[in-house]
Ligand binder design. Structure first.
Ligand code: OAD
Length: 248
């Protein structure tokens, strides 16, 4: 993409409420593996049914805990990329809400203030018996200090509901948006995958940023083939030229 298309530029400059829906591709250029890439994706190398379900945790809590400990250590070593930073900078100049499926906390680390986490956060742990959020102590997994049940990562597993209120908040911001970006998601996992379509049904323009096609691509107003770190700084820069234009 040399320059964003003219009608997208216009939309970027005019938008008052922007929502960025982000998935694993958002963090790929930080060095965090995605889930569905053919060779390198986590679900190509590991079976999610052994690692990312409540039943897997009941069967083998040590294995599940260790796998998430490995991922936690991995995201602890990496830094936000130019795409995260562009969204954070844009959010300081305009109303930008992030709705993320990512559990790595990199948007917050980049400085984004409004982040709705649909799938939890790898850096937190919670009592698996449901008695309250706790920080991890020693043990694999450590016991809940209140009830002794094993702690688990505070992430959403297959077959589980999203954190209370997260989907409702996400739907509300999408319905109030005048531009939605879908960045780095294969748009295959519900209910998150439905959010860009909700925007389209409301007549809100949707731009997709992804090097590959997804089920959203054909319906999005703009399907931009490129990476988050390459394209988001350009989109954010184009949006910020709004002020300059309105001064003319
Ligand atoms: P996926 O791994 O399914 O999809 C990642 C998407 O990012 C693909 O469409 C890639 O083409 C795209 N991509 C790769 N590199 C990129 C880059 N540098 N810039 C932009 N896009 C890039 O990841 P998600 O859609 O996030 O859920 O997966 C959704 C959920 O499935 C995850 O939250 C996780 C997983 O199971 C749970 O664990 C509950």
């Amino acid at each position: 993409m040399s320059e964003p298309p003219e009608d997208l530029l216009h939309c970027l400059r005019a938008a008052r409420r922007v929502v960025a829906l982000t998935g694993a591709g958002m963090s790929a250029e930080s060095g965090v593996p995605t889930f569905r890439a053919a060779q390198t994706g986590l679900w190509a190398r590991f079976d999610p049914m052994d690692l990312a379900t409540p039943e897997a945790f009941d069967r083998d809590p040590v294995r599940v805990w260790q796998w998430y400990a490995w991922r936690r250590e991995l995201v602890g070593r990496v830094a936000p990329n130019a795409g995260h930073r562009a969204l954070a900078d844009w959010g300081r100049r305009a109303h930008v809400t992030i709705v993320t499926q990512n559990v790595d906390g990199l948007h917050q680390q980049a400085g984004s203030a409004e982040v709705i986490e649909l799938h939890g956060n790898l850096r937190r742990s919670v009592c698996s018996a449901g008695c309250g959020v706790q920080s991890p102590g020693a043990g694999e997994p450590p016991p809940c200090p209140q009830c002794g049940a094993p702690l688990r990562p505070d992430v959403v597993w297959f077959g589980e509901l999203l954190p209370e209120g997260a989907l409702e908040s996400a739907m509300a911001v999408v319905q109030a948006a005048d531009l939605v970006l879908s960045v780095g998601s294969s748009n295959q996992v519900q209910p998150a995958a439905e959010l860009p379509f909700l925007a389209l049904r409301n007549g809100c323009p949707v731009a997709e940023v992804n090097p590959e096609a997804t089920p959203l691509s054909a319906q999005a107003d703009w399907s931009l083939r490129g990476t988050a770190a390459a394209l988001l700084p350009r989109l954010a820069a184009a949006a910020s030229r709004r002020g300059a234009e309105s001064d003319e």
